[in-house]
Ligand binder design. Structure first.
Ligand SMILES: *[C@@H]1O[C@H](CO)[C@@H](O)[C@H](O)[C@H]1NC(C)=O
Ligand SMILES: *[C@@H]1O[C@H](CO)[C@@H](O)[C@H](O)[C@H]1NC(C)=O
Ligand SMILES: *[C@@H]1O[C@H](CO)[C@@H](O)[C@H](O)[C@H]1NC(C)=O
Ligand SMILES: *[C@@H]1O[C@H](CO)[C@@H](O)[C@H](O)[C@H]1NC(C)=O
Ligand SMILES: CC(=O)N[C@H]1CO[C@H](CO)[C@@H](O)[C@@H]1O
Length: 556
């Protein structure tokens, strides 16, 4: 489409991503403001004035006091350990037991502040809005080649306590304040370099036009690198997104060959090849992640396919009505539990039995395999192939198949959207994107049910009236009214079904990262569903490249 051609033209020929890049650098979190003297912290029942660094970290805990996190042992232990590092030696010798700390005045103070913010006058709110707008105009855009592009996340997250997903073993640890000295800047040599705040220095200024980051730093919890990048709606991001789905489409073309090869490899004389072939089968069939060495080990005890241990699988020659069943139970990325029981092919099963021989529960299932070996092999099978491409491929093709199966042109728009969400849900389940049911779930379902009951009463009343009117041979609007209420009722019922089915599934991740947006766009066009019903504003910006597409019958 025109969008894509434009990118092709504008890319320089030497393989670099940009020729000119100018920006103002990130916006730092505001400095810590000490608490007013009247707000006290108590230790063992006695008020105690904390040093500013210790007080700041204490306020992070106080702000979360009402949250379940602060009752969890790991959270408390991690927090206390990191908090003590910020204390003066005197404070350290006094404060030895978190259970004797009383943060309630601090907590009350922050609650009052947040209440006051809600009560702000129109003028005050307007002032804040203007200030935000000013920051956006100053820091929110960069010049990349001849374009002014929106920057995604130009504000640096303030310090706080790490939460993590699931039962993350690092929850409660102190997320340090990021300073200019932590930041690496990327920009072109011939641009106006961003200035660090007065009295500070950047860690480094680089000029690397192969990368699209504007700034980066290393966060202290997981040691991962964070980036300031362009907004998803920018050309370069859109192009990357587009390439990702093109790679998945290339996999579609050669997946049969890859499958037949790994099936042959199950019979290999070499153990390492058999292991690699079984791992690849799991990645293909179960959309498992390869396993990221960095996240493993010292961090949460999470694993991916290559790092599965003996204790993570159980083999059942027969289970219920099925043969050769493998039961998986392990913590995957972000400590989300992966649990699945699936029948596998006999040869896979026999191989697994072989891999398990003479091993202890904590031994590696694939002792002759690691993520780098697997990734290297994938590269040889297809240029650009990674385990993630299998996920993207399976997610997108599953969405396409599900949409074909579930959609019906005669359905109303709400019913079509329900079908879309069901197709999206099938993918989310495949990708193991679970969530805990939201706290407000029961309440919001009740509210919806109340509305449905009311609507039903309205409908019976309207029907009665219509019947009476008909009996009297009176012309009336009643027919139209009944129809309108029926539609409203149906809409509510569809909403309730959708919400109930969504209880434990997070749709957003797959929608944003694994589903080729061109499938959704084409579906909307074909079935006359406004794109706004599927993608909200931010999502529409991210997928602008796909929305520009004209096709009604996009084939992934
Ligand atoms: C914490 O301190 C407040 C006074 O600031 C007091 O009302 C409350 O009872 C104390 N809580 C505990 C558990 O001691
Ligand atoms: C996608 O994954 C599912 C679930 O494991 C699997 O049954 C299916 O064969 C895969 N589909 C494709 C096209 O790869
Ligand atoms: C993976 O295994 C290969 C071969 O045994 C080895 O050379 C390499 O260092 C390993 N990589 C990692 C990250 O462990
Ligand atoms: C759009 O949806 C995403 C979830 O996928 C959400 O995070 C975001 O805040 C929403 N944006 C708008 C503008 O509603
Ligand atoms: C922000 C940043 O440093 N981005 C990139 C700049 O260039 C270096 C060198 O290649 C990359 O490693 C950085 O990621």
């Amino acid at each position: 489409s025109s969008h894509l051609n434009k990118w092709e033209e504008e890319r320089s020929t030497d393989g670099s991503k940009w020729r000119f890049l100018e920006h103002k650098g990130p916006v730092f979190a505001p400095p810590y403001e000490p608490l007013p003297g009247k707000v006290k912290f108590y230790y063992d029942g006695k008020p105690m004035k904390l040093s500013a660094p210790a007080e700041e970290v204490a306020t992070f805990f106080a702000k979360m006091l009402d949250h379940e996190y602060t009752t969890k042992d790991i959270f408390r232990k991690n927090f206390f350990k990191d908090w003590r590092k910020e204390m003066t030696s005197e404070e350290k010798s006094t404060i030895t037991d978190l259970n004797k700390c009383n943060f309630s005045e601090m907590s009350e103070y922050f609650k009052a502040q947040s209440e006051a913010r809600k009560q702000m006058s129109k003028e005050e709110k307007q002032k804040i809005k203007e200030e935000n707008e000013r920051l956006l105009q100053e820091y929110g855009f960069c010049i990349m080649d001849n374009h002014k592009e929106r920057i995604g996340n130009f504000r640096i997250e303030p310090p706080g306590l790490f939460r993590g997903r699931g039962d993350h073993p690092k929850m409660g640890m102190l997320k340090r304040r990021i300073r200019p000295e932590d930041i690496i800047i990327n920009c072109s040599k011939d641009s106006k370099h961003p200035k660090p705040p007065p009295g500070t220095k950047w860690k480094e200024v680089r000029h690397d036009n192969k990368v699209t980051w504007l700034a980066s730093w290393t966060e202290n919890i997981q040691g991962s690198i964070k980036y300031i990048m362009l907004n998803p709606s920018s050309r370069i991001k859109g192009e990357k997104d587009w390439q990702k789905y093109e790679t998945a489409r290339r996999l579609k073309k050669c997946v049969d060959r890859i499958r037949s090869q790994y099936r042959d490899d199950w019979k290999s004389k070499e153990m390492r090849i058999r292991q690699r072939a079984v791992a690849l089968y799991f990645i293909d069939k179960l959309a498992l992640r390869a396993g990221n060495e960095k996240e493993e080990g010292e961090t949460a005890d999470t694993v991916g396919c290559c790092s599965l241990r003996v204790e993570h699988i159980k083999l059942y020659p027969k289970m219920d009505e099925q043969e050769y069943v493998v039961e998986f139970d392990f913590l995957g990325k972000d400590s989300i539990r992966y649990y699945n029981k699936i029948p596998v092919e006999k040869r896979v099963f026999k191989n697994l039995q072989l891999f398990l021989e003479n091993k202890q529960p904590e031994d590696d299932l694939f002792d002759r395999l690691n993520t780098s070996i697997l990734n290297k092999h994938l590269q040889e099978l297809m240029d650009g192939l990674t385990a993630k491409v299998f996920r993207t491929y399976n997610a997108s093709i599953t969405l396409q198949q599900q949409l074909k199966e579930l959609s019906c042109s005669d359905d109303s728009v709400p019913a079509k959207i329900l079908s879309y969400n069901r197709a999206n849900r099938a993918v989310a389940i495949l990708c193991n994107h679970q969530r805990a049911p939201p706290k407000t779930f029961e309440k919001s379902m009740q509210n919806l049910q109340t509305k449905i009951d009311e609507k039903q009463n309205q409908l019976s009343a309207a029907r009665k009236q219509l019947k009476a009117a008909k009996a009297d041979h009176k012309a009336s609007h009643d027919e139209k009214t009944v129809q309108r209420i029926e539609e409203q009722l149906m809409k509510l019922q569809v909403q309730a079904t959708d919400r109930e089915e969504n209880k434990q599934i997070a749709l957003g991740t797959s929608k944003l990262n694994y589903l080729d947006p061109r499938i959704s766009v084409a579906w909307c066009k074909k079935y006359g569903v406004p794109i706004e019903k599927i993608y909200n504003k931010t999502q529409r910006e991210k997928f602008a490249w796909a929305i520009d597409m004209a096709e009604k019958d996009y084939e992934f």
